[in-house]
Design a protein around this ligand. Structure first.
Ligand code: MTE
Length: 327
């Protein structure tokens, strides 16, 4: 959201680029589904199923690949994990990659309170066991006009919301990021004066329960890296990236529209809804197109789609609303 200063990245050896494997695996599964086959090119279903397993928190949790949500080409893992916004760890794009190691992610509990019949504190492991995991590749669009295609691993937030039984007056969900004293920005007066932590975000209840909305615990078949919001982050693919709050520790169901971090900082630039919309420019830049971050270095821009291309799933929630006023 702030101006970008280019730096050369120092890439760790462990950062590999598994997108070829992903595409191949998905293509095989799709082909098997379409043709009703149990075996394609010598790869049988058992092997394909085995490749859907992921190790998370020392346990093997199986996950399903949701082929309905597929976007190509994938952004390389190395880019998605070194070009980040996570201001608790600094203002530059590579700060989170270099500094987020200090984030303590285990044990991790999520508190859900406010207007619910069943307020709870639930561990990450309990959520994974209870709600299961699926992988979906979503297009991710930042308000700074860059985009990525990322395979997320997580579960539908709606399942968790139903579990705590919202009261009839619950209309919005307020999310909060953890605050840990080792986070560099918490101690840095120049950043802390600018952004008030904890980072907060909000969704309308129907948005939170939309089938696209996920709580992610992993990406690219791996546990979420700290810089991407470990161990639990929000993924709302039709909204600008800043709505996708990281390292969530609290969700509070409330009656009134909550004030989010960016909305509070400058409501003329960052609205509550933040739905991707090529026709509503940000005061400092156009939103008509975007720079896709893929393989290589490209300055080519692609047109931005209304609701980031997810209109079929979400447009009905905004029927009759003036999207220019409710940006
Ligand atoms: N969540 C927290 N807690 N702190 C942040 O600074 N930045 C937001 C969002 N979630 C942010 C956050 C912004 S501006 C963006 S674009 C996305 O995270 C970036 O996600 P990524 O780094 O995984 O691409």
């Amino acid at each position: 959201m702030l101006s970008r200063i280019k730096k050369s990245y120092e890439i760790k050896e462990s950062l590999i680029t598994p997108e070829d494997i992903y595409n191949e695996r998905r293509n095989i599964l799709k082909l098997m589904g379409i043709l009703g086959l149990s075996s394609v090119a010598g790869i049988d279903i058992l092997e394909a199923n085995a490749s859907q397993n992921i190790q998370i928190n020392q346990n093997n949790y199986p996950y399903k690949i949701d082929l309905e949500f597929n976007k190509t080409p994938l952004t390389p893992y190395q880019k998605a994990t070194t070009y980040n916004n996570f201001y608790e760890f600094g203002m530059q794009k590579d700060d989170p990659y270099h500094r987020a190691e200090v984030l303590k992610t285990s044990p991790w509990d999520l508190v859900i309170d406010g207007e619910v019949e069943k307020p709870i504190k639930i561990s990450l492991e309990d959520m994974i066991k209870r709600f299961g995991l699926k992988e979906r590749i979503y297009h991710f669009r930042c308000v700074e006009a860059w985009s990525m295609n990322i395979p997320w691993l997580g579960f539908e937030l709606g399942k968790l919301i139903d579990f705590v039984r919202p009261k009839s007056n619950a209309k919005f969900v307020l999310f909060e990021t953890v605050v840990q004293e080792d986070m560099p920005a918490i101690k840095n007066p120049s950043i802390a004066a600018y952004i008030k932590f904890p980072y907060k975000e909000g969704l309308r209840l129907d948005e939170a329960k939309n089938l696209l909305t996920m709580l992610a615990v992993g990406m690219y078949g791996k546990v979420l890296p700290n810089q991407n919001g470990a161990p639990l982050r929000l993924v709302v693919p039709w909204k600008y990236g800043f709505k996708n709050i990281k390292s969530i520790v609290r969700m509070t169901l409330v009656e009134k529209m909550p004030i989010s971090t960016w909305n509070k900082l400058d409501s003329s630039e960052y609205g509550f809804y933040a739905n991707v919309n090529p026709d509503v420019p940000h005061p400092r830049w156009s939103q008509a197109n975007e720079r896709f971050i893929g393989e290589g270095f490209s300055f080519d821009r692609i047109p931005t789609k209304l609701f980031n291309g997810y209109g079929e799933e979400v447009a009905k929630m905004y029927a009759g609303m003036d999207l220019k006023r409710n940006y």
